[in-house]
Design a protein around this ligand. Structure first.
Ligand SMILES: Cc1cc2nc3c(=O)[nH]c(=O)nc-3n(C[C@H](O)[C@H](O)[C@H](O)COP(=O)(O)OP(=O)(O)OC[C@H]3O[C@@H](n4cnc5c(N)ncnc54)[C@H](O)[C@@H]3O)c2cc1C
Length: 396
């Protein structure tokens, strides 16, 4: 039976970072992954360019039942530490928007950097390999890997990610391991995911598919100011993905499609200058034409044809509310099929925030997306993977 110090389950962002750090400490590390190649989510991330961190990353960009849990890890391995690593490897990058850092070239550069660092630190990688059985032993853990291969290790690091994109092999594996060892989990749900509409609303809004606007989207007290996109199933785009992490079934979301424009004043001015124009024509000065048409149609058929001169201030206020105070109740989300991350996961009450070790199970660690720490859109989720992976790598 092969004896190893640390087995890491999952060669994703968190698992590879942990393996590098544990390897540097002289630990004998084996990383296993059931996929045939490492870092598949890194490869497809950021449209193939990997938004690998965010220069503004701070604990307020993360959602968790315990918002304080992520503070220690984010402080000890920061976005600047990861940027320094990327720079040492000569990977060119740029800030796209809102502090989001992307590779100039390809996400493969980040994967190659991590696998190269793993090799240098002596960590071994076994692909197309799953852990079929995991047992606790006196000194650590006994695992049976694919093909019945037995392995013993002192530390076991679960870095198997969340449930998003099952087509890529994502399962609830990490949560099952947590449950087996008596750790609690916070209910999981798809996050950073497009929202859908019921058939009647969809029918009305379908002609808008493909149209994008810079919007302010809100749910309760939370709001995001980013682009929003109408789709064939509902709404998407960064602002919607962000709010999806806060939205719950049955809730309404608020949308301002022209947040920078005082629509009432703009329409009053348009009425004074050219009262003969239809309201939708006046709105089309600010919004895509089809969207201006649909907005006025939602107020009633007569609105489309009405001229501004025929409209009272009260009516103009209604138009303004339809544009900047749109309230809509999504029927659901596109689910794990397209969600970028999984909200919830291993309950942070059962983990040590400094080491990521399970409180009641010495030698068992959980890192990355499997933990109940979920970042906003914009490089934050990878930063959590790097930070939590780095921390566990100092102790595993
Ligand atoms: C389309 C898409 C785009 C994204 N873009 C970005 C972005 O640009 N920036 C950002 O910050 N975040 C992005 N994310 C989120 C980010 O990819 C994840 O938060 C991050 O990859 C989580 O890292 P992880 O190491 O915890 O898990 P993962 O990267 O999911 O890695 C888990 C690994 O474990 C393996 N595994 C799972 N179960 C088992 C098992 N039973 N046995 C063996 N191996 C197993 C998997 O094959 C996988 O390789 C994106 C996500 C998606 C889906």
């Amino acid at each position: 039976m092969d004896s190893i110090d640390v087995v890491v389950i999952g060669a994703g962002a968190a698992g590879m970072m942990c393996a590098i750090e544990a390897g540097k400490r002289g630990r004998k590390v084996l990383v296993i992954d059931h996929a045939p190649s490492p870092g598949e989510k890194i490869r497809i991330s950021g449209g193939g360019r990997c938004n690998f961190t965010n220069i503004h990353a701070s604990p307020k960009n993360f959602i968790s039942q315990n918002p304080h849990f992520c503070i220690s890890a984010l402080k000890r391995y920061t976005q600047h530490d990861f940027v320094a690593l990327v720079e040492r490897h000569g990977i060119a990058f740029h800030e796209k928007t809102l502090g989001q850092l992307f590779c100039d070239g390809s996400a493969m550069q980040v994967i190659n950097m991590l696998t190269g660092e793993m090799k240098r630190s002596g960590a071994a990688l076994s692909l197309s390999t799953a852990a079929e059985r995991i047992e606790k032993t006196d000194g650590g853990f006994a695992l049976t890997l694919s093909g019945g291969v037995p392995v013993r290790c002192a530390s076991l690091v679960v870095a198997s990610g969340g449930k998003s994109i099952p087509k890529m092999g994502a399962t609830g594996f990490g949560y099952d391991v947590a449950a087996r060892f008596g750790l609690r989990t916070v209910e999981t749900r798809p996050a950073l995911v497009p929202l859908t509409f019921e058939p009647n609303t969809l029918e009305r809004l379908r002609p808008l598919a493909g149209i994008a606007v810079d919007a302010v989207v809100s749910c309760g007290k939370t709001q995001f100011s980013e682009a929003m996109l109408f789709t064939h199933r509902g709404i998407s785009g960064p602002a919607i993905l962000q709010i999806s992490s806060y939205w719950r079934e049955g809730q309404e979301i608020g949308i301002a499609m022209l947040p920078e424009v005082n629509v009432f004043e703009a329409l009053r001015q348009a009425r004074a200058q050219n009262g003969k124009q239809a309201v939708q024509t006046a709105l089309a000065a600010f919004l895509p034409k089809k969207l201006a048409q649909t907005v006025t149609q939602t107020l009633g058929q007569e609105f489309g044809a009405s001229t501004l001169a025929e409209m009272s201030d009260k009516t103009l206020r209604r138009v303004e509310a339809a544009v900047n105070g749109w309230r809509i109740k999504p029927s659901g989300s596109e689910g794990y099929r397209t969600a970028e991350v999984t909200l919830g996961g291993v309950d942070t009450r059962d983990l040590d925030s400094r080491t990521m070790e399970a409180k009641g199970v010495p030698g068992l660690y959980f890192i990355g997306e499997v933990v109940d720490v979920t970042g906003w859109l914009g490089g934050y989720n990878f930063q959590w993977a790097w930070s939590s992976g780095w921390c566990a790598g100092q102790y595993a």
